[in-house]
Write a protein that binds this ligand. Structure first.
Ligand code: EPU
Length: 334
């Protein structure tokens, strides 16, 4: 399988006259942000998002920003409102399908150290939104805390897992959350017990509206080697049933009547291809990128699968991956 990811040509967007005019003002906007944020913050223009998502497709973000602290995040939210620049949050990009035209506005990623801390205190694990789930599981294991092992195989961050109520191996993120910290659209931070936060299968509506800053997770005491064994068996199960090629994890939510992967398998759709996107041979609910896929390929494949499930089985498949951004110029995309 090829693993060469074509770089989208973001500079081409600035080539024609109207875009050139826009680019100047975008440069001023980026300069303004740089001037207001600390040296630890990251501010970039025309950031290719394919390399920031596990599916490895999609265009560029106008601006990409990593604030260095919560006050900087508050400043950015106020700035976006004042300048009428839309923003989206990005975690590890493992559940995202960015369209080929990229994202107009700002992509904010909480990847800086102040958002990524992991601290084990007793059987509680205090994590920032930017902490990687694998590292959280590893730290818990090191301290002899059980219950968090299922996080090991989810290629995401705490922020993304909270927002999606991500799950694996029969457990959900919110099963182990004691409290969450989030920032509202006005830039105000809040801390709330998890019992006061309504969640659903693969969704936390509060965090679709507001920004996850972190969480306190709660496990139980255990011997380190027992935790290690559980983690290894989960990891084995995953490697046995899921593809290693670039993907966005499960594409569809499981309908109540049948797992989406089983349905797609039964429909004989494994191996179905559009361009560089293919329904995985290992697991029917994964679409893999052979290195040459575009977002348009993936979206067409999703449409084919949904149509077959509807016509042949009367099942309306709902995407689990979040589809964001603009179609490539001149390309109609669903
Ligand atoms: N199956 C098939 N053919 C396939 C795939 C699956 O027959 O191609 C069958 C399996 O044999 C099994 C059933 O379908 O009997 C369910 O499959 P699996 O155990 O792989 O679980 P899943 O429901 O497909 C869920 C989560 C995954 C998570 C796994 C493991 C959803 C949509 N998916 O998959 O989460 O990793 O359980 O716990 O809830 C994700 O959210 O991105 C994701 C990958």
């Amino acid at each position: 399988m090829k693993n060469v990811i074509p770089e989208p040509d973001c500079s081409a967007q600035a080539g024609d006259a109207p875009r050139e005019a826009m680019r100047l003002s975008r440069e001023q906007l980026a300069d303004e942000l740089r001037a207001k944020l600390s040296d630890l913050a990251v501010v970039r223009q025309d950031e290719p998002l394919a390399r920031r998502t596990t599916l490895r497709v999609g265009g560029c973000a106008d601006f990409y920003v990593e604030p260095a602290s919560e006050p900087e995040l508050t400043f950015i939210l106020h700035w976006c409102r004042r300048r009428e620049v839309p923003f989206v949050m990005l975690g590890r990009g493992s559940n995202l399908l960015v369209r080929d035209g990229g994202i107009r506005g700002l992509v904010i990623c909480l990847a800086q150290p102040s958002f990524s801390r992991i601290e084990v205190m007793g059987y509680r694990v205090h994590c920032g939104a930017g902490a990687k789930l694998k590292q959280v599981a590893t730290e818990a294991k090191r301290e002899g805390v059980t219950g968090l092992e299922f996080l090991e195989g989810i290629p995401g961050t705490i922020g993304g897992a909270l927002r999606m109520n991500a799950g694996a191996m029969g457990a959900w993120t919110f099963d182990i959350v004691e409290s969450i910290r989030y920032m509202d659209q006005e830039g105000q931070a809040h801390e709330v017990p998890a019992r006061d936060v309504p969640v659903e299968y693969r969704s936390c509506p509060l965090l679709k509206e507001h920004i996850a800053l972190g969480a306190v997770l709660k496990g139980h005491p255990s011997a380190r080697d027992v935790v290690e064994k559980r983690m290894k068996s989960f990891s084995q199960k995953r490697w046995d049933s899921q593809p290693a090629a670039p993907s966005a994890g499960c594409i569809f939510k499981n309908p109540s009547t049948i797992p989406a992967g089983k349905l797609i398998d039964e429909l004989g759709l494994k191996g179905t291809r559009v361009g560089g996107a293919m329904v995985s041979m290992e697991h029917g609910n994964f679409i893999v990128n052979d290195g040459s896929a575009t977002a348009r390929d993936v979206l067409e494949l999703i449409a084919i699968i949904r149509a077959r499930a509807r016509v042949q089985r009367g099942i309306e498949l709902e995407t689990e991956v979040e589809i964001i951004g603009e179609p490539a110029t001149g390309a109609p995309q669903s």
